[in-house]
Write a protein of this length. Structure first.
Length: 430
């Protein structure tokens, strides 16, 4: 017969005292199992000698059921020494762990006893102190709290690396902030440029509208060519007789010829030829204007008006010359758009300069000229004149080809730009 009792044996390799206790427990368990096996065998032998075969089977079955319950009916001494684990193998906590054959006093085999080890009960969870993501326990004392020094060093190393990363991120953030500020400044400049362009476009549209309107008025007031003659109409009815006109002034009497004899009145003859015309009488009073006659053919197209061309490019006429102005940003020429600059040879005076300045100034200014050395009467730029704008005294530069007066006192710098308010005026060829 085979008997398989469940024996608990804790095999913990990390402590010698626990292994010794486990070995003692295994020996006691094996002794108990051996007693149970011997009792079972003796019961079978007794029943086999005193009963019939059919009864023997029943008794054998009853003996098997009671073999693990009536241990007090048998007595047995001795023990079995079972090794901690099979030789040459590591610790194994899974059955089977051994197989023992039992014999009686005469050496007859009785049966086998198979020993199995029950799984060890689960140990309570150890107390673990975690530092970051690292958990450790003491090998000698699993329940004791332990601080992992290497993990602490690793965490400190990572903290230093993170500090360096933070510094790099701060530096990158400063660079990005600088780029954003530069971008904002560029957007402001772009916005100002767009405002200027839009303003110039509006001015150009106003000038184009004025030019188109003027040309439309010219077309409305002009007469087109005479069309072809239409078909003759029907004859109308005769109108009423008009009033008799006034008698004209009687002319002077002619010279009387000699008186002839009076003859008989004959038949009226054929009218003779007309005599010579007499002298012309005095001119009569002027009559009323007659109705206008039909329009004649259009004449050839003349040259374009200089004034219209000047208005088209946004300029203003002065003394038969088209002028445009621009603000100076440096001591150099700033030619206006659509203006081909030239310098008219004239002898204009200071009064002419003031009229020209009044046409193009963009800020309040005074006619008083600063007679220092700034500006002067020179020909080193293409402008006709330039001037600053304020209410005290303005600095003036004039072109010697066009003006006959000198706007400075002793000496002259011949600088075109005086300050940020300087305005330059150019003569434009059309």
């Amino acid at each position: 017969s085979t008997m398989a009792p469940s024996v608990g044996s804790a095999l913990l390799p990390h402590r010698a005292e626990e292994r010794h206790a486990a070995g003692t427990a295994r020996k006691a368990a094996v002794s108990t199992m051996a007693v149970c096996a011997v009792a079972t065998v003796l019961t079978l032998l007794v029943t086999s000698q005193t009963a019939q075969p059919s009864v023997l089977l029943a008794k054998t079955a009853r003996a098997r059921k009671a073999s693990t319950q009536k241990l007090s009916d048998f007595a047995m001494s001795g023990s079995f020494d079972i090794p901690d684990h099979p030789p040459g193998m590591p610790y194994i906590k899974a059955p089977p762990m051994g197989d023992v054959q039992l014999t009686d006093s005469d050496g007859n085999p009785i049966g086998h006893v198979t020993m199995r080890t029950a799984p060890a009960p689960p140990a309570p969870p150890p107390t673990i102190i975690k530092f970051g993501d690292v958990g450790v326990t003491n090998a000698e004392c699993p329940m004791c709290p332990v601080l992992d020094v290497d993990a602490v060093k690793e965490q400190k190393k990572q903290l230093k690396q993170n500090a360096h990363r933070i510094e790099r991120l701060k530096h990158a953030e400063e660079l990005n902030r600088g780029r954003v500020e530069k971008t904002i400044e560029m957007m402001k400049k772009l916005k100002d440029t767009m405002y200027d362009r839009v303003f110039n476009m509006k001015e150009e549209l106003k000038k184009s509208d004025a030019l188109i309107e003027m040309k439309m008025e010219e077309k409305e007031n002009s007469t087109g060519p005479v069309g072809p003659a239409g078909p003759p109409g029907f004859n109308g009815e005769n109108g009423l007789n008009g009033h008799d006109g006034e008698d004209g002034i009687q002319g002077p009497k002619g010279r009387q010829g000699p008186e002839g004899p009076i003859g008989q009145t004959g038949m009226r003859g054929i009218p003779g030829p007309s005599g010579p015309e007499g002298s012309q009488g005095p001119v009569g009073p002027e009559g009323k204007d007659g109705p206008p006659g039909p329009a004649g053919d259009a004449g050839p197209e003349g040259t374009a008006s200089v004034t219209l061309e000047c208005i088209r490019i946004g300029g203003k006429m002065f003394k038969g010359v088209c002028f445009k102005a621009s603000t100076l940003e440096a001591n150099s020429d700033a030619l206006p758009d659509d203006c081909k600059a030239y310098q008219p040879h004239e002898e204009w005076t200071e009064a002419d300069w003031w009229k020209l300045a009044q046409m193009f100034h963009s800020q309040p200014m005074t006619p008083n000229i600063d007679r220092g050395h700034h500006g002067g009467r020179c020909s080193n730029f293409e402008a006709v004149t330039s001037f600053t704008q304020n209410l005290n005294a303005v600095e003036v530069w004039v072109n010697s080809k066009s003006f006959a007066f000198t706007p400075t006192g002793t000496g002259q710098s011949c600088d075109l730009q005086g300050d940020e308010s300087s305005m330059a005026v150019y003569a434009c060829a059309l």
